[in-house]
Design a protein around this ligand. Structure first.
Ligand SMILES: CC(C)(COP(=O)(O)OP(=O)(O)OC[C@H]1O[C@@H](n2cnc3c(N)ncnc32)[C@H](O)[C@@H]1OP(=O)(O)O)[C@@H](O)C(=O)NCCC(=O)NCCS
Length: 181
């Protein structure tokens, strides 16, 4: 577990999620899903669906991390396989969502940095983020965390009655070919 001082002097913890966190994780996820194009899905999920998703991640030995402040969950982060075929096994795709009242306070950065450390421990080579092209806060967030833009797919998403463009960003967990080692 990591303990981090936040901007207001309080302490935030980053740890593996536990089953009791999933009502709060589900509420954070559903708020993002309902109010933004950050997730290309418009059907709110349930706590039991999210627990099933978590158990699936655990079976793959992949972490689901939460940030907590005074034992309230203020954000969560996870990764899954980028694609299911064996040749993609060193590549993961991440997800990070912060409670609407706690954005812009460094929680996402702390979670993503802990998530990258876990991916490194698992021997992963690179991490992908797929971000809606209009989600400026998220694009800046990933770039600020060291991700670089790697691709742009037009109109692959559909939500709120219109097509949406997806930006792929990529982070090198271990050096890539051609990079100084
Ligand atoms: C995107 C998100 C994960 C970022 O987490 P966060 O805790 O708010 O971000 P941080 O406070 O760690 O900020 C890190 C950097 O992100 C950028 N950023 C964060 N919020 C921003 C905003 N509202 N507008 C522009 N840039 C923003 C800034 O560059 C910031 O660094 P700086 O303050 O030094 O300039 C969070 O805002 C969130 O959950 N948003 C809604 C859901 C979502 O979009 N998830 C990502 C799906 S791909």
């Amino acid at each position: 577990m990591n303990e981090i001082q936040n901007a207001s002097g309080g302490s935030m913890q980053i740890r593996d999620a536990a089953e009791a966190d999933f009502d709060q994780i589900t509420a954070i996820y559903n708020e993002v899903l309902t109010n933004s194009t950050a997730v290309y899905n418009d059907r709110p999920t349930t706590t039991s669906d999210r627990i099933a998703w978590w158990k699936d991640r655990l079976e793959q030995v992949y972490p689901v991390l939460v940030a907590t402040d005074r034992s309230r969950v203020v954000g969560f982060a996870a990764f899954g396989n980028y694609r299911s075929w064996a040749g993609y096994r060193f590549t993961v795709e991440c997800t990070v969502h912060i409670h609407s009242g706690r954005r812009g306070q460094g929680v996402g950065t702390a979670l993503l940095s802990a998530l990258i450390a876990r991916a490194k421990t698992l021997g992963k080579h690179t991490m992908i983020a797929g971000v809606d092209s209009e989600n400026i806060a998220s694009l800046r967030f990933f770039e600020r965390c060291g991700f670089e833009r790697a691709g742009y797919l037009r109109e692959v998403g559909y939500k709120f009655g219109r097509y949406l463009d997806l930006v792929f960003l990529q982070y090198w967990i271990t050096p890539h070919a051609g990079e100084a080692r």
